[in-house]
Design a protein around this ligand. Sequence first.
Ligand code: FMN
Length: 191
Amino acid sequence: MDVVELIKSRRSIRQFKQKEIPQDILINCVDAARIAPSAANLQPLEYILVTDKEQVDYLFPLLRWAAYINPKGDPKPGQHPTAYLIVLLNENHGEKWKFHDVGAAVENFMLAALSYGLGSCWLASVDRNLIRSFYRIPEEYSIDSVIALGYPAEEPLLETSDETVQYWQDSDDRLHVPKRSIGKILRINSF
Ligand SMILES: Cc1cc2nc3c(=O)[nH]c(=O)nc-3n(C[C@H](O)[C@H](O)[C@H](O)COP(=O)(O)O)c2cc1C
């Protein structure tokens, strides 16, 4: 698939097949994040890759899913993520553009994952206190977010809408994801 098609086919995935992900694939996706653009090339991002089943199970209740349709959008029993990437910011190396670094690196990671057939969901609504104490993460690191991973067991539908930003589920539980139209967000050679 060409890169633009890959980018356009990425959707947040919240239902997963219970098939193990080879660890070398996940490490290669982190490698794609590692070389993302970084302001002043400070590279403040570090990661914890979670593949151990007990840890994966521990993390699940610490995450909040799909706020607009809660709790219907939660991963169903038997369709939970099979791995996670915890995204850390080393505050000794961060500065005011650090969140831009996070965006670039996480998108690199999710697109690399998609190229291996993996679904992902980037989660900012996470219990940072419990994650910090479970992994004994030192104070100089902030916990930015968590990326849930697994082989997709759903196929959300991309739609164009200037009426609403709220994703919704139809009667078959299929997720519909509205995006603003190009006409509303792009101006050419003027404001
Ligand atoms: C910074 C950020 C934080 C997010 N946090 C959550 C979250 O806590 N829980 C969740 O289910 N989805 C979360 N999402 C996923 C968004 O809901 C999703 O990207 C949006 O609905 C658009 O869908 P799409 O990713 O399929 O284009 C987050 C996305 C971003 C970029």
